[in-house]
Design a binder for this molecule. Sequence first.
Ligand SMILES: NC(=O)c1ccc[n+]([C@@H]2O[C@H](COP(=O)([O-])OP(=O)(O)OC[C@H]3O[C@@H](n4cnc5c(N)ncnc54)[C@H](O)[C@@H]3O)[C@@H](O)[C@H]2O)c1
Length: 362
Amino acid sequence: MEKLSIGIIGAGYIGREHARSLRLVRPMFGDRLVIAAIADKNLEAAASAAKDFEIERFTDDVNSVIDDPSINVIFSCLPTKFHIDVIERAAKLGKPIFFEKPFAVSLEQAQKVNEILTTTGVPNQVGFVLRYAPTYHALKKLLDLRAKESPLRTIVLRDDQMFPIKGISHFTDWRSKVDLAGAGVLIEHGIHDLDLFEWLFGKVKRVSARSNNFAGYEGIEDYMEVRLEFASGVTGNMVHIWHDIPAHQSIRHFEIFFHKALITLDTYDMHHITVRDEKAEAKLERPDLYQMIVNEPLFKDLSNREDMLFVSDYYAIQDYWFVRNLLEGNELSPTIKDGLRAFTVGSACYESAGRDGEWVNV
Ligand SMILES: NC(=O)c1ccc[n+]([C@@H]2O[C@H](COP(=O)([O-])OP(=O)(O)OC[C@H]3O[C@@H](n4cnc5c(N)ncnc54)[C@H](O)[C@@H]3O)[C@@H](O)[C@H]2O)c1
């Protein structure tokens, strides 16, 4: 594409995050990138994002942005139930789409989204932002190194998050409503991990899961434990928790056991990896992680941009690559294929949880 003129649909938490990221990367593309409009049914939210991130136009009329012939790329940032409407309308007009995860409230709806995007053939990218996080690229390097020394035994993940219907960054409550969110912590937050696990460790063969609903929002599980068996025979365990502990940071805590090494990773606001083996314990902090990945193709052109390569600014890195790949005519990644795959593994977890943890093949 010669020039991108972007319309952002949704000016809540993630719509603002994309507006901020696109504003940050805009100078790197000159006049080939325009953030043309932002729409939200809450006009004040749209106006405030437009002001904060120098967006040319704001409106409460979503369709007027999607239909605007001068806008040729759409970002879908509405609550989960509504992505399909935005995707369908934009895809029919042939406009490339960036859409947020989990992008559907049921497997049937996810399959419909896949059908729309594959039949129209529009370039598309799903918001699995962790694929652009330098921390996980550093982790992938370490995994490859350690796998040469001894076999991978098992992976343990605890992913916890303050119940995202209030608090510092979440002011809205749609995540407590099953018709808008589809389900709870696994599909809304853990879907990132379902995608990440296959990216890091290979195909999942079957899952066994149990869920619980402590807060009592109907259909919204706030606890999900998943046992995974990979095609390689390796096993893993994930626990996803939505809690109400304001003093506790949200943390993804990984323990990855090789026969002769243990890699521990804590991420969210902080990023560090610890590697223990028979000889020593090494702690890798942000600058060490930065050094490990700075020359990789995904990061090297950004290495003089400290604000971008600040290890946690993976939203900006993700949006930079979305824009650059579209402008250069490259494939986008990850796409609806990856989105549907993670959604399918997630659905198998819900199916298993509904049958008291019975193993379900995926
Ligand atoms: N990739 C990530 O890390 C990430 C992070 C947060 C949210 N998300 C996803 O992004 C999506 C939005 O989440 P959020 O946290 O930004 O929610 P949010 O509640 O903060 O923002 C949603 C916005 O949509 C507007 N809205 C709601 N219904 C609308 C409609 N029918 N028409 C027009 N505007 C409407 C609301 O006024 C609100 O401003 C969800 O699918 C969520 O799962 C992804």
